[in-house]
Design a protein around this ligand. Structure first.
Ligand code: ZN
Length: 209
């Protein structure tokens, strides 16, 4: 992508820029009559709010290239606390998953079975974890067992926005096959607080080079 590690990672987004005091909460899908809606319909509904996000938090790529239905939005039943700005997309096991922004692979877990489960299975979720600019990362969770063998993705690989990085599954704390995505601060080598973000049909401000 033509950027070295040192240049690529710029200063963290100021928290006030991401969470301006006037940014309203994006409501839970419980306030939407039909819980299974497309992500684009969801974004249209809350467009005026999403447009107020910091520019760094806009223009992500759709992780399923438009497939799937939004089954849980921000501040839904299990998207609380650290995960409050996550999204869940219901989609069959084996759906291709794409990087929402260019970045570096900093974590892969793929050994767990696609059997779903309750909260006690939370640590048995397969995932890809990417690091982007501005101190933020993205995670793609509940992936299919051994997804990495199909695409040979490895830790420390660089991926472009929109690049295939895995396949959806039903591992971990999951009541049905779906993809959980989030954008978060990277804090002490771990998943930090999630941040609100929006997805653009043009697939991102960081175009693949
Ligand atoms: Zn989720």
């Amino acid at each position: 992508m033509g950027l070295g590690y040192r240049n690529f990672f710029s200063a963290p987004v100021p928290i006030g820029g991401v969470f301006p005091a006037y940014l309203p909460t994006i409501p839970s899908l419980r306030s939407i009559p039909n819980r299974q809606i497309s992500f684009s319909a969801y974004q249209r509904r809350f467009r005026s709010r999403l447009e107020r996000l910091h520019s760094v938090m806009q223009g992500f790529c759709h992780p399923l290239r438009g497939k799937g239905y939004l089954s849980q939005g921000n501040r839904g039943p299990t998207h609380r606390g650290r995960m409050e700005y996550a999204y869940d997309f219901s989609t069959p096991i084996g759906t291709p998953v794409y990087a929402m922004r260019s970045g570096r692979v900093i974590g892969i877990q793929e050994q767990y079975a696609d059997v779903g489960g309750t909260k006690i299975q939370a640590q048995k979720a397969n995932f890809v974890w990417l690091e982007h600019t501005h101190g933020i990362g993205s995670a793609y969770t509940h992936l299919q067992r051994n997804f990495g063998k199909k695409i040979s993705i490895r830790r420390n690989d660089w991926v472009k926005a929109g690049q295939l990085i895995g396949y959806s599954g039903n591992s971990g704390w999951s009541s049905a096959p779906h993809l959980h995505v989030e954008v978060h601060r990277i804090a002490n080598q771990s998943f930090g607080q999630t941040l609100p973000f929006s997805i653009s049909s043009g697939c991102g401000s960081e175009k693949p080079t």
